[in-house]
Every structure is written in C-alpha cells, then in structure tokens.
Design a protein around this ligand. Structure first.
Ligand code: SF4
Ligand code: SF4
Ligand code: SF4
Length: 605
C-alpha cells in the first residue's frame, strides 16, 4: 500500500499553517490574561467534571449550533450539517484508517485521502458499516453546502433581513469551502465506481460515472482538486470568519470561567472578533436595519472591520447601544466593550462648579431625575404625587440643580471625566443621607448600580411603585384601559427589570402583551448613536410602535428617552408608568407599613 502521493501536499501545508497559527494564537491570548483570571480558566482544565460539562457545551454550540437552531431553524440546520457532519467525517475517517491499517501512526493526510491509498476496501472488516456511515455524514455536509449556496441567493428564506458583506479573502475561503466536499464526493464516487467499494451514495453515483467512462481518467484529478480546495481553505481560516471554528471553543471556556474581561479587554475583544461566525442573526435583531439607516453600524460589520483593520471612526458612534444584537447572538458576543474600546482616549475637564448640592434636602427616599428625567417633568411630578399619597419621606435630589450620572461621558470614552462626576455625585449623596435612591432613567439606574458601589439600594421607579403597591401604601383603580408596555433597552436587557412594570399595569389596566419578537425594540432615541438624524430616529420609533397590539389605548413606557421618542411617533397616547399610576391613584383604605417601610424593606435586600 502506498502511503504518500504528491497531491497531498496542498492539504498538508494548509493544515500545518493553521495548526501553527492556532497554537501561537492560543499562547498569545493566554499570555495577555492576568494571572488571577488565568487561574479561573485553569481551574476548568484541572477539574475533569467541569471540563466534561463545559466540553459538552462546546459540542452543543460549536458543532450542533443549538442556540442558532433556537433562533432560526434553517440557519441552525445549515451550520450544524456543515460543522457536525465534517467533524464526524474526521472522527470516523480516523477510526476507519486505524481499522484498515492496524496502525495508530498514520500521517494526518492519510485518513482524509484513505480511499485513494486503500482503493479497494471490500476485503477489510466492517467495510460496509464504514461505507454507510461515511456516506451518511458526507451527505449531511453536502446538504449543508447546498443550503449555504441557496442562502447566498435567496437569503430571505433563512429569515435573514440583510446579507452579510464579504471581503475578497472571505470569498476565497467561502468558495474553497464550497468546493471541498463536491471534490471529495467526486473522488470517492469515481473510486467506488472502479473498485465497487462505496456506500449508498458514492457507489450509485460511481456506477453512473464508471458506465459513462469517466472513472479511470478523472479520479486522480478529483483527488488533486479535493486537496487543493482543502489547502486553500485552511490557509484562509485565520483571516476569515472561519476562525470562529477554532476560537469559539476557547471563548466558551472563558465565559464558563467567569473571567473579568475588563482586565484584559483587548485580548478578550480579539477573541470575540474571531469567534463571530457571521451568521447574520444580529442583522435581524438590529433596529437600524429595517429603518435603512446609512452606514454599517451592525455588530457584524464592526467585527468584520476590526478583523480586517478597516475600521472608520464613525463605526464606533453609529450604534444605538440597545443590545438587541447581543441578546440574540448565538455565540454570546458582547458588542458594547468593543465599541467602548474604540472610543477610549478622548478627554476633557468637567466643569463641576454648578454642583451646589450641598443643600440636598434630607429625606429617606432620594429621587434622581437625571437630565432625561428633567426633560419629562410629568414623570417627576407624578412620582412626587405617588410618594405623597404613600406618605413617604421623599425628595427629588436634583430638583434645583444637578449633575449628570456620568454615563454619556463613559459612552464617549471619557472615563476620567465620568469618574470625576461619579465621585462628586457620591459625595453629594453621602451628604443627603438618603437610605434609598430611586431613578427614572434606566441608564442612570444601571450607572448607579454598576459604577458607584453605593451602600444604599438603588431602585428604578417601576420597582419603587411596585413596592408601594405591595405594601398597600398606595392603591390604584382598574378601569380596564387597554395598555401595552414597551421594554426599554437599558431597563429590560441592561437591568433585567421586566416583571415590575407588568405587575403595575395588570393591577391598574387591561394589559395586553406585545408579541415576543417585538418586545424591547429600540425607540431610536439613543445617546450612543451620534450621527442619527431625527428622521431616522422617528423611523425607528415608528417601526416599534407599528407592532403594538390592536386597540391599544395607552403605550406605557418606563424610560424618559423612550417616552419622548414615542410621543412624536405614536397615534395612541403615550404615558410614563408613573404618570399612568398617578392618574389611577385611589384613596388608601388601610396602611400596613410605617412611613419608612419601603426604604427599610429595600435596604434589607
Ligand atoms: S455577532 Fe453574533 S449574531 Fe452577529 S454575526 Fe457574529 S455570531 Fe452572528
Ligand atoms: S446595539 Fe442595537 S443598534 Fe447597536 S448594533 Fe446592536 S442591535 Fe443594532
Ligand atoms: S443617564 Fe442620561 S438621563 Fe441619566 S443622568 Fe445620565 S445623561 Fe442624564
């Protein structure tokens, strides 16, 4: 039996290249992870139980694409048939080569081109089983390729709103991938036609080709074609989205290790960029796509530009930061730190002279309206009315003057400025001696929670109102007004607060839920997107509003920015949940808790 032919060289060179590249890459990433975070990662590899379970996750995500299946059945099946089918061909091919040669030390190309080196397998044990299994997985991969080809031309069938863009190297990788398995199919079928050793697929096609007189003359060329396509594809892997095949397992282990990515953000971002499969799911989720906003703001393009070094400064600023894409991404890529890393560097000195809040009025519950809250005074006034009805010791901290929570500066990459604002706000809060902080702006809420490390609880006003209702400090009438609720990006996805507003609305109205896929669509009124025109904002808001359930009378919001955005775009009445609640207050029949009960309850948590 021959064990070498020159046609194996393209594959062997490609394989050597990608293996060396991957090993160097892994070492580079590992060296950039600080020791304490690396210890968390190492703990997985030291524990056989953890390694086993997380390894199952790698199989589920990288090979079976379970998350993608959940999002889009056809897309999931396409990725699964390619990845899992190919993986099984490699595993079964290796087993087959060991059985046939009785050797554990075959060169790497040997199982790949086994039917060239052992053309007549009929005399080997288990030949029929292997022939069937190998044909089965080959058919699976060919189905995946056929679906991929179909998707290129009719992407709508895959529910993809917009096709991902491809660079020249992407195309070389893509076309070589498309050619690998047709060449393999041809080479193995021709071999089966000559030696009658194929399975249900290759034997039937081989017989036809043999009868047509092609087999003897074309077989060797087909093996060359197979090896060249493989070699080109493997050389393209590091520079294309196919790098995700190698990066994603490492990314999954990193996520399981719960490492603090902020300590090695550059390397973490690089791993994220290389783990994107360009599946296009984020394009479906992004509100900028249906509103036809110009530019390439979606994560897929940002990741692509980072991968190919074609980033333009605008790309970091042309995103609403609504994170719908993150929520839907089957790989779990978090786009925000990527954008933030691009914005770092700008700096200026904040003017804190107008922060004359030393006279913060004293109360148990402090309300921070923030800049957006101040632009929607009805919300602030309604909260005051609710707190008064509940007999709460409540004060708006920034009524006379106030400073920003620091989030816009963070979004602009001005971390030092944001930090100064945060320190100043902390001083003022300490002076005020409030025991509970309430905000209306979900962005303020998240900023106070994530960046302030306060030793008092911070609640969104939906949480605060629910607590007052639960404590029976306020009561509301329900005259069956038909309400629908909009989940704001920052409140629902950013802070995970979705139940409290629904609870309030179910108590005070005939609440109708929006369809799941339309919940939490962006209002368009984002601080993060610096170049969005007012028409584009209005168009995003109009698309979101168009999905309201029929006969909705009130669109209820819980974010000042969303409230303002929808007020200009909605035909139904738009009200903040505080305004709606204040309008439905009824006299309290009995009070069970003390004045300070709500703050005390919240403090205890
Ligand atoms: S970012 Fe996620 S959803 Fe978007 S293309 Fe990449 S893997 Fe798919
Ligand atoms: S954060 Fe929102 S606007 Fe930005 S890319 Fe993702 S889905 Fe689109
Ligand atoms: S997050 Fe927005 S609304 Fe809240 S204080 Fe900062 S800028 Fe103002």
């Amino acid at each position: 039996m021959d064990r070498f032919d020159i046609f194996v060289l393209p594959f062997t060179i490609g394989l050597a290249f990608v293996v060396i590249y991957y090993i160097v890459q892994l070492f580079r990433w590992r060296s950039q992870i600080p020791q304490e975070e690396r210890t968390k990662l190492n703990a997985i590899f030291k524990s056989p139980v953890k390694f086993f379970w997380y390894g199952i996750d790698v199989i589920k995500e990288s090979l079976l694409h379970i998350n993608l299946f959940r999002t889009n059945l056809l897309l999931g099946f396409m990725h699964m048939s390619l990845a899992f089918g190919w993986f099984m061909l490699i595993i079964c091919g290796n087993l087959e080569s060991k059985v046939y040669t009785n050797s554990h030390l075959n060169p790497p190309y040997f199982p790949i081109f086994l039917k060239y080196f052992i053309p007549d397998m009929t005399k080997y044990p288990l030949h029929k089983v292997f022939a069937f299994v190998m044909d089965f997985f080959l058919l699976m991969v060919l189905t995946g390729i056929a679906l991929a080809l179909t998707k290129r031309f009719i992407s709508k069938k895959f529910s993809i709103a917009k096709k991902p863009k491809y660079t020249a190297i992407d195309r070389v990788g893509l076309y070589s991938l498309w050619l690998i398995f047709p060449f393999r199919f041809l080479a193995e079928s021709l071999n089966a036609g000559i030696y009658k050793s194929g399975g249900f697929l290759t034997q039937n096609v081989g017989n036809l080709l043999n009868d047509a007189g092609f087999a003897e003359s074309s077989a060797y060329t087909a093996w060359w074609g197979y090896s060249i396509a493989l070699g080109i594809f493997l050389c393209c892997v590091p520079f294309t989205r196919y790098m995700h095949i190698l990066s994603e397992p490492f990314f999954i282990f990193l996520k399981h290790a719960k490492v603090d990515a902020s300590k090695f953000q550059a390397a973490y971002n690089d791993i994220q960029v290389k783990s994107c499969s360009k599946c296009g799911v984020c394009l479906n989720a992004c509100p900028l796509v249906p509103s036809n906003v110009e530019g390439n703001p979606q994560p897929i393009y940002l990741l692509n530009a980072l991968r190919h070094g074609t980033l333009t400064p605008e790309m970091a600023d042309t995103c609403l930061n609504c994170r719908r894409c993150e929520e839907k991404c089957p790989v779990g890529i978090t786009i925000e730190p990527l954008r933030m890393a691009l914005k770092k560097g700008a700096s200026m000195e904040p003017n804190l002279e107008y922060t004359t809040l030393a006279e913060y009025p004293k109360a148990k519950v402090g309300y921070f309206a923030g800049c957006m809250g101040k632009l929607t005074p009805a919300t602030t006034q309604s909260l005051e009315k609710i707190a008064k009805a509940a007999n709460e010791s409540f004060v708006q901290l920034d009524k006379e003057s106030g400073i920003c929570c620091g989030r816009p500066q963070k979004l602009a990459g001005q971390d030092a400025v944001a930090q100064r604002l945060i320190e100043r706000n902390k001083e003022l809060l300490a002076q005020s001696k409030v025991e509970l902080l309430v905000t209306s702006c979900p962005i303020c809420l998240k900023t106070f929670k994530d960046d302030y490390q306060l030793n008092i609880p911070v609640l969104h006003h939906t949480q605060y109102i629910k607590k007052l209702l639960d404590a029976r400090k306020i009561e509301v009438k329900n005259d069956a007004k038909r309400t629908a609720y909009h989940d704001s990006c920052e409140l629902a996805r950013g802070c995970g607060i979705t139940e409290e507003p629904r609870y309030i609305l179910k108590s005070s109205s005939s609440f109708v839920e929006m369809e799941r896929q339309h919940r939490g669509q962006c209002c368009g009124n984002s601080l993060a997107h610096t170049t969005l025109t007012s028409q584009a904002k209005a168009s995003i808001a109009a698309i979101t509003v168009s999905h309201l359930p029929e006969q909705t009378q009130y669109l209820i919001t819980s974010c000042p920015a969303c409230n303002k955005a929808f007020k200009g775009s909605s035909k139904v009445e738009v009200q903040d949940i505080a305004v709606f609640t204040a309008n439905n207050l009824t006299p309290v029949t009995h009070v069970e808790e003390s004045l300070h009960g709500v703050a005390a309850t919240a403090s205890a948590k």
